[in-house]
Structure formats: structure tokens, C-alpha cells
Design a protein. Structure first.
Lengths: 221, 240
């Protein structure tokens, strides 16, 4: 009944290739977070703007990003846009899909953080002659980022794991893509995916630990 | 000069200011006393345009505060205000709290703003707390920092909105001392306060607000010594 023979050697031999793939994974995750953060800040400002069109745009973005499968979001960036003649490489499509997802979750995260900052902080800034944007930029935003920082770390971990969905749009240079390719020629499915899983785990854990250390340094108050 | 002419203000059905007329001269210290809900705090936030008004006008040095064309951000530079809640910016040190607006709003250089901040913080007795975060300070210290922060903008007028109301009793004195010092230096001040002894000491005039009306205004000896308004008599009897 249990006659499978493990061949770990094959998997370990491929480790350098897989680690190269892991670098691509990390790169996509980091870039998608950077883009996601900037877009999420913009969406947050749109929601605060009081302008119905901007607010509506941001709300629709957040709703779609949070309530549809990440896989579909990546599919849309690749095959969906492809239908309209916009052909993105798997790398770009994956990056855009994850950044879209990140922006939605982070914007919601920022909204929660904003609620925790008393309105009187803005009032104090305004009474010192600041414009609404200055009060946001120098008083509210730094406090918001602190509150949102650890939840944002979770999103970073999620972004790393989401990159594995890239195989569905033909991504073959990231960790999941490389693993899938190795599996296809060796059929050592368990060994390769187990090893890949360990690498994902280590990266995700490292990000969490580094983020905690960074938070302790950055937020001294 | 701050000229308040027939100012009315409602929150929904509730009219909190029912036609206030008042002029504050340069160098004058005016305190406003009265029960809660009498409209005194609302008046202060109307003076610096944080609140709109429904009728009348408020003119500060010739500028109509609530006129559409008025640049409120610019006007607020001359109207320092300190609130009941200290509103310290928790992510900035004491020094950074005070430097922020002069750098970002007035466009001062960091060095210039720091020199001013150190001067004002020393003035309010916080010269040794420059690098400290507000969360490490007492309420009284945070409130003095808020005063220094407002003073660093070199305002022509200072508005104080019950600045001692949120303090533990033993910390009230240090903040009032700071206000006394400012008054003695000739700062034009409007103080909304519940501290009767303080009002009696520092004011040129004291105004008593009751239910949205300025029921009486007089120099302190007269207002406290021989109150005419029956509501004021009741109020003073209850607070003495």
C-alpha cells in the first residue's frame, strides 16, 4: 500500500535552481508590496477626499480586491487584458495581479488604522495653519503607518504565497514555476514540492521576524 | 483687534450662540466663564474658523474670518489655539512637535525653527524635555508643550479653551502659571476657563456666558464683586 520510494537527492541537486526561483518570488512580492502601498495610500486619500467619483473608484477597487479570488485577479491581468489586445508577460501580469490585491487589502487596513487616530489630531494640525493635506501627511499618516505596519506584514507574507499562483499564467522563473518545471521532468512531486514549501516557509518566517525588528527600531514612541 | 458682531451658531436644532457681540483689543486678556453648554468653547473655535457661523461676522485685524475669500490657513498663523485635550503629536518628540508647523507652514529652516522651539519650550519650562516623546510626560507638561507649539508660530492672539480642565488638580497650577506669564508679557488672550481665581487675577475683562448669550461682561473686580445678572450670581455662588 505504501510503496513510494523517496528520492530526496534529486530535489537537493536542484536546490540552487530553486533558490534562484525564490529570489524571483521575493522580488515580485517586494515590488507588488511597494506598488500596493503607494496605490493603497492614494485609495485612502480618495476615500477621505469627499469626492464621490474618487471615493467610488476606491471603494470598487477595495471591494473587488478583497472579495474575489486572487487567482482571478491574476488571470484578468493576463488573459483578461489579453482579450483586449493588451498582452502582458506572465511576470508583469502576476506583478499587477498581486499589486491590485495588495492595494485593496492595505487600503482597508489603512482605513481601520485611521479610525484609531482621534479627529482632534487633524484639528490641532489645522489650527496651526496646516492645509488638510499637510495635516494628513505630517500628523495622521505617520501614526496610521505605525498602526498598519504589522497587519501590512501579513499582507507581505500573503503576497509571497500568492506569487505561486503565477504558474497558472505560465510563470516559470519563480519558485513555484521552477518547482513545477522540475516536477514535470522528474515526477518526484512530493520531494520537489515539499522542498519548495520549506523554502516558502523560511522566507515567510524571515519576513515576519525582520518586520518585527524593523518596527521596534522605527517606532520608538 | 478681534471684532465679534452678532454671531449666531446652531448645531442642528440647538442654537449655541445667540447673537454674540464682543471686541477684544490688542494686549487685552479676556476670560470667558460660564456653565457647560453656554457656547463659550464654540465661540473660540469660530474665531479661528474651525467652526462655521450661521449669522453675523468675526473680523480679525480687518480680515473677515468666515468670508469665502479668506485664506484660513494663513489667518490661523496669527491665532494660536490650545485645547482642553493636549493633542500632542505622539509620533514626534517634544522638539519636533513644536518645530513641525514653523517648518512646514511658515517655511522656516530647520535651524531657525529649532532655535525658536527651544526658546519657547524653555520659556514654558520644558527646556530639559526636548528629546522626549509626549507619552513620557505628564498632562501638565504636554499642555505646556501645546502652548509652546502654538507660540512658536508667533501668533498675535492666543485662544485657550479650558486648557486645565483635563488635568489632575495638582498639575493645574503649572499650566496657569504659564498663562499668567504670557498675560504679563502683553499677549492678547481669550481664555475660556473654569478657574475663577485665575480669571479674577489675570483678566482685563471677564465675560459670563449663559445659554448662548453673553449675559454680563465687566472688569473682574466688578464682575466678581458685584455681579448684576441673576444667572451669574447663581453661577458664582455655586462655584465659590
Amino acid at each position: 500500500m505504501f510503496s513510494y520510494n523517496f528520492h530526496w537527492n534529486q530535489a537537493f541537486k536542484a536546490l540552487p535552481q530553486m533558490l534562484d526561483g525564490a529570489l524571483v518570488t521575493l522580488q515580485i512580492a517586494l515590488l507588488s508590496m511597494a506598488i500596493g502601498l503607494v496605490v493603497a495610500l492614494a485609495l485612502t486619500l480618495f476615500r477621505l477626499s469627499g469626492n464621490r467619483i474618487l471615493n467610488g473608484f476606491a471603494t470598487v477597487w477595495v471591494e473587488i480586491a478583497r472579495n474575489t479570488p486572487a487567482l482571478f485577479q491574476i488571470y484578468m491581468a493576463h488573459f483578461g487584458l489579453g482579450s483586449f489586445g493588451i498582452h502582458l508577460s506572465p511576470y508583469t501580469a502576476l506583478l499587477i495581479g498581486i499589486a491590485f490585491n495588495n492595494a485593496g487589502y492595505l487600503a482597508e487596513n489603512f482605513r481601520g488604522a485611521l479610525k484609531a487616530i482621534p479627529e482632534t489630531q487633524t484639528r490641532a494640525g489645522r489650527s496651526l495653519g496646516m492645509t488638510p493635506l499637510q495635516a494628513f501627511r505630517y500628523i495622521v499618516m505617520p501614526q496610521m503607518l505605525r498602526i498598519a505596519f504589522l497587519p501590512a506584514t501579513n499582507q507581505m507574507v500573503w503576497a509571497i504565497l500568492m506569487t505561486s499562483l503565477g504558474v497558472t499564467v505560465g510563470m516559470n522563473t519563480d519558485l513555484a514555476g521552477v518547482t513545477q518545471a522540475l516536477n514535470a521532468v522528474s515526477f518526484r512531486t512530493f520531494e520537489f514540492f515539499a522542498l519548495a514549501a520549506v523554502i516558502y516557509y523560511v522566507i515567510a518566517k524571515a519576513v515576519t521576524v525582520l518586520a518585527r525588528l524593523a518596527a521596534a527600531r522605527m517606532f520608538r514612541y | 483687534m478681534i471684532e465679534i458682531e452678532n454671531v449666531r451658531k446652531s448645531f442642528g436644532q440647538l442654537e449655541v450662540l445667540k447673537g454674540i457681540n464682543l471686541t477684544v483689543q490688542k494686549g487685552e486678556v479676556l476670560t470667558i466663564i460660564g456653565g457647560s453648554g453656554s457656547g463659550k468653547s464654540t465661540l473660540l473655535t469660530c474665531i479661528n474658523g474651525l467652526e462655521t457661523i450661521d449669522a453675523g461676522r468675526i473680523v480679525v485685524d480687518g480680515t473677515d474670518v468666515h468670508a469665502k475669500a479668506t485664506d484660513l490657513n494663513k489667518l490661523r498663523r496669527k491665532l494660536g489655539i490650545v485645547f482642553q485635550q493636549f493633542n500632542a503629536f505622539p509620533h514626534l518628540t517634544v522638539l519636533e512637535n513644536v518645530m513641525l508647523a514653523p517648518v512646514k507652514v511658515l517655511g522656516q529652516s530647520k535651524a531657525e525653527a529649532e532655535a525658536m522651539a527651544v526658546k519657547q519650550l524653555t520659556h514654558v519650562g520644558l527646556g530639559d524635555k526636548l528629546k522626549v516623546y509626549p507619552s513620557r510626560m505628564s498632562g501638565g507638561q504636554q499642555q505646556r508643550m501645546a502652548i509652546a507649539r502654538a507660540l512658536a508660530m508667533s501668533p498675535a492672539y492666543m485662544l485657550f479653551d479650558e486648557v486645565t480642565s483635563a488635568l489632575d488638580p495638582q498639575l493645574v497650577g503649572e499650566v496657569l502659571d504659564t498663562l499668567r506669564m504670557l498675560a504679563s508679557e502683553g499677549m492678547t488672550m481669550i481664555c475660556v476657563t473654569h478657574e475663577m481665581k485665575f480669571a479674577r487675577e489675570v483678566s482685563d475683562r471677564v465675560a459670563f456666558f449663559h445659554k448662548g448669550v453673553m449675559a454680563e461682561i465687566a472688569p473682574p473686580e466688578e464682575l466678581f464683586g458685584a455681579p448684576k445678572n441673576p444667572e451669574l450670581q447663581t453661577f458664582l455662588a455655586a462655584t465659590h
